[in-house]
Design a protein around this ligand. Sequence first.
Ligand SMILES: Cc1cc2nc3c(=O)[nH]c(=O)nc-3n(C[C@H](O)[C@H](O)[C@H](O)COP(=O)(O)OP(=O)(O)OC[C@H]3O[C@@H](n4cnc5c(N)ncnc54)[C@H](O)[C@@H]3O)c2cc1C
Length: 281
Amino acid sequence: MRIDEVIVPNTLGEALAALKRNPDALLCAGGTELFSDEPADQAGRPRILISLHGVPELRHISRTDHYIEVGSTTTLGELLALKAEFLPETLRTVIRRIGTYAVRNLATLGGNLSAPGRFRDCFPILACMDALAEYRQGAASRWVNLNRLVGNRGTPLIPKGEILTRIRIPLTGWDLGIAHKLGLPRANSGKTSLFVALARTDKRVLSDIRLFYMSDRALRSREIETSIAGKRIPLSSRDMESALGAYASYCARMGVPESSVPRFLDLVRRAFAQLNEGAPA
Ligand SMILES: Cc1cc2nc3c(=O)[nH]c(=O)nc-3n(C[C@H](O)[C@H](O)[C@H](O)COP(=O)(O)OP(=O)(O)OC[C@H]3O[C@@H](n4cnc5c(N)ncnc54)[C@H](O)[C@@H]3O)c2cc1C
């Protein structure tokens, strides 16, 4: 990749001003995604690069009773170093399986959520947790629920020309948290897929459930989740078969290749089984 100019802002204001002057410039945080692409994929990229690495406002972590707020250039390694009460366990599991120790010490959460083309590993769990992302452009800022960054066909709608500045992660407790990574371990490859399930129970009732499968596209149906929530647990065979049937139809509507559907349905079935195993006798 040929770069003609690297802009190194010292403040967020300088970074926003640089992006305003150069709206097509490439933002760079840890660079692990940008500089690991094949040279052929780097061709045609903008030749001005804005490095976010030294912007202190983007590198912070704070916590309230309800959420943790993470600056976008916080590295995955810094997140893993947090105490247990700061970082939800399923999110920790996902991050631990990203790349190597060395990669995680450079790779940022903001970069993971901003990479184009397909979702990266942190997206499904954070979307299930209803995490919010703050985007800034010039003097304007907006908070977006990550679920709104999924297009109709399950592909990413990553904002362009804006800087992702903060990610707010709710600390709501979940009774079930599952994260399965399939395919090449620790790799940044379109051949891996990730399944995440979160569920909350109240006495013997499933009060909330979220299921997200990410392969070449994101699959999550709020409609089916709502239809399962409110059922008594353990879930009956009839409830489970009905939900699996709904997911099979959803896959067909989303154009998921037939060969991939059984794997997804099997993961959903296993999540239900795990939920039932944890149900009070
Ligand atoms: C060996 C190796 C293994 C890997 N394994 C995995 C893996 O298992 N799972 C996985 O998910 N990823 C993996 N990756 C990919 C990568 O490390 C992560 O996605 C990482 O989190 C990207 O963060 P970064 O800071 O390096 O992003 P960068 O490379 O700096 O940027 C990535 C993209 O995000 C944009 N961007 C960055 N920050 C911002 C911001 N604040 N606002 C707006 N846009 C921004 C950039 O313009 C670019 O398009 C791997 C990479 C390597 C080299």
